[in-house]
Design a protein around this ligand. Structure first.
Ligand code: GDP
Length: 447
């Protein structure tokens, strides 16, 4: 993820400040150096890096920390505020009727982003449609249609028509019922007059409310030149940065944002239609600094639970709150976890468990957890309804049978039962808690 290195190295440096009540010039220099190094590694423009470090240094030394604030918290806060400032507000995107045009080079992720954005709007209760106007790339139509199907959104394209402007106009008419129309355009291997000319013609015909530039996070400094060209041709309102799951860079995209005086609208973090996030600088920076991101997490959990419930109408998560926690509930929770995305991304959003904790875990520990979860699912598939509802009845002979049925060692079944018991006990504790206890616990987690 972009600036990931910054997150982990900075946490290390900040932890050295733990217990100190005053910050020395040396401390501040250490922090600033760390920030500079990470930003430059992530391809961030040198001038931007210099501005940022000057502001952090100046504030940390000149401003007086509020009484009772530790040196670490004070510096963390300044770094947080300055990074939020650097990344800026997210692109204004009201949830209303609109047409959005996507521009960008070939392979930047436009087609994928069009479907992802449509999916995102559909989850906000709007009816989106994707209009595919790429007539140059063979297969663009099929790919776009397939992704729109995956996102379960309306789609318009015409593989037999060669004029993208015609397709766009026809598409707008055909999708008149939709609230949000996302118009995908062709890209080229590099910027050239043909591409610019074509996108200008589409832009003039479609007259979109917003033009978004799609940029691959790994692109580096050339992103800046591209951004300039598109800005000159059609005007850029916001940027969608893709493939953040595959790179620790992304600084080039920041330079592009700066260059076009625009903002970041979306982040792409994977290949499926659900791997999209609305960019929010405050939550992005919180996560980066290991402060967690409750809002994103809550949204993902809610969505995953809704989907789990849609699939199995007999299952009601509310039952858990009444004190009955069965293996079936646990299975549903695991399904929901899987739906939320890779475990490490989810963990990053939990306060106190952000990057800091994950950095300490060896990579294979994480795989182990995911592998174990998969094993647990297989094991549960070999259980009877009765066993799922009432795991207490699973003794030695049932364990043997389930092991045989699932092809997993008996040890796994015992681990699963142990895990269930632990979760059950935790849940019982939550029930005994008042709101004040909960709040205290959350606060502790955030420290
Ligand atoms: P286009 O030519 O700009 O329309 O780009 P595509 O949407 O076809 O994307 C090019 C490739 O990048 C495809 O293989 C996509 O699956 C992949 N891709 C797009 N966005 C992401 C992302 O956020 N993460 C990852 N890992 N791959 C992505």
């Amino acid at each position: 993820m972009v600036l990931d290195n910054l997150g982990s190295s900075l946490r290390g440096t900040l932890n050295d400040l733990r217990g100190k009540s005053r910050i020395s010039e040396e401390d501040v220099e250490g922090v600033v150096k760390e920030i500079q190094r990470s930003l430059i590694q992530a391809d961030v423009d040198i001038a931007l890096v210099q501005d940022l470090s000057d502001s952090i240094e100046g504030r940390a030394l000149d401003e007086e920390p509020p009484a009772g604030t530790s040196a670490r918290d004070w510096v963390l806060r300044i770094v947080y505020e300055e990074l939020v400032e650097l990344l800026g507000e997210s692109t204004d995107l009201p949830l209303e009727n609109q047409t959005i045009l996507l521009a960008g080079l070939y392979g930047s992720g436009k087609t994928t982003t069009a479907a992802k954005m449509a999916w995102w709007f559909s989850k906000k209760g709007l009816r989106p449609a994707v209009i595919q106007t790429d007539t140059d790339r063979p297969g663009a139509y099929d790919q776009a249609k397939q992704m729109a199907d995956n996102a379960e959104v309306d789609f318009y394209g015409d593989p037999d028509e060669n004029d993208p402007v015609k397709i766009a106009m026809e598409g707008l008419e055909e999708t008149a019922d939709a609230d949000v129309r996302i118009v995908d355009t062709a890209g080229r291997d590099g910027l050239n007059e043909d591409l610019i000319d074509q996108i200008e013609r589409i832009e003039t015909a479609v007259d979109p409310d917003r033009n978004l530039l799609v940029l691959d996070a790994a692109m580096g400094q050339s992103a800046k030149d591209q951004a300039q060209e598109f800005e000159r041709a059609i005007g850029i309102d916001g940027v969608a940065i893709t493939k953040l799951d595959g790179t620790a860079k992304g600084g080039g995209a920041l330079a592009a944002v700066n260059e076009t005086d625009s903002t970041i609208a979306f982040l792409g973090t994977g290949e499926t239609v659900k791997d999209i996030e609305r960019f929010e600088s405050s939550s992005f920076v919180s996560r980066l600094l290991g402060m967690g991101d409750i809002d994103q997490l809550a949204e993902r959990v809610e969505r995953a639970m809704e989907e789990a419930q849609e699939e199995d109408e007999d299952w009601d998560p509310e039952d858990m709150l009444e004190g009955k926690f069965t293996l079936r509930d646990m299975k549903k929770q695991m399904d929901a976890m899987n739906r939320m995305g890779p475990l490490d991304q989810v963990m990053d959003m939990i306060p106190g468990m952000g990057g800091g904790m994950m950095d300490q875990l060896p990579d294979d520990a994480m795989d182990m957890t995911e592998e174990r979860m998969r094993d647990f699912e297989v094991v549960m598939d070999s259980m009877t309804e009765e066993e799922l509802e009432n795991p207490r009845i699973i003794g030695a002979s049932r364990t043997k049978r389930i092991a045989r049925g699932s092809g997993k060692p008996e040890e796994r079944i015992r681990e699963l039962l142990q895990q269930h018991k632990m979760m059950d006990q935790t849940l019982q504790q939550f029930q005994g808690m008042g709101d004040a206890d909960m709040e205290r616990m959350m606060q502790q987690m955030q420290q």
